[in-house]
Design a protein around this ligand. Structure first.
Ligand code: AMP
Length: 183
């Protein structure tokens, strides 16, 4: 499926109690968002891409995008990118692997919207719609952030989200946010 995000079915074989779910992960398209705004940002992102290969098979990679911080604006600009691919890990395990990787790479907890050497988010996990204290799918900020929508549009322009609206529709509502493709 190039660029398309036709809804792929998934099967929940166990309910979501205790944050545990078992799903058939075969052929599930997953989109990840990566960001860094401290240290050697592009190197941080490249390193994360390499290391997440241990549990995630990358199929498409966007360019890097330079974006201005949102919320706490007194900090350095971000480099962001988006990946798509597949994984054997169900969503909670994938989140755990990503958060573990952030710590292994040296991420220190700061404050909400504070500087971070690496930030790894699950943007979409197939067509899954789910929310609890730990995990929300799709990621709650996907539709509001140009730094996510621009790279998504680059690698999956036909993606339909929400009420069957195109990415372009949402992107058009975020154009006032500074976000520049750098390579
Ligand atoms: P962050 O500041 O991006 O590192 O994320 C803070 C918290 O957001 C994480 O510890 C997760 O529990 C939670 N979270 C909820 N939904 C998601 C998601 N789709 N991807 C990544 N983190 C998520």
């Amino acid at each position: 499926m190039t660029g398309g995000y036709s809804i792929i079915s998934f099967t929940i074989t166990e309910n979501l109690n205790n944050g545990k779910m078992k799903i058939n992960t075969m052929d599930k398209k997953v989109f990840l968002g990566l960001g860094s705004n401290s240290g050697k940002k592009i190197e941080n992102i490249d390193k994360a891409c390499l290391l997440l290969g241990n549990f995630f098979k990358v199929e498409s990679k966007s360019s890097y995008y330079q974006t201005e911080p949102i919320g706490m604006t007194e900090q350095d600009s971000f480099i962001n990118m988006v990946l798509s691919g597949t994984t054997d890990q169900e969503p909670f395990l994938l989140l755990k692997s990503l958060k573990k990787l952030e710590v292994e790479m040296g991420r220190k907890e700061t404050y909400r919207w504070g500087p971070r050497m690496i930030d790894l988010d699950i943007l979409f996990y197939s067509s899954m719609n789910f929310s609890d204290k730990i995990l929300t799918l799709p990621h709650p900020e996907v539709l509001n952030r140009r730094f996510v929508l621009e790279p998504l549009f680059e690698i999956a322009g036909n993606l339909q989200i929400g009420e069957k609206k195109s990415l372009f529709y949402y992107l058009n509502h975020t154009l006032e946010q500074a976000c520049e493709k750098i390579s």
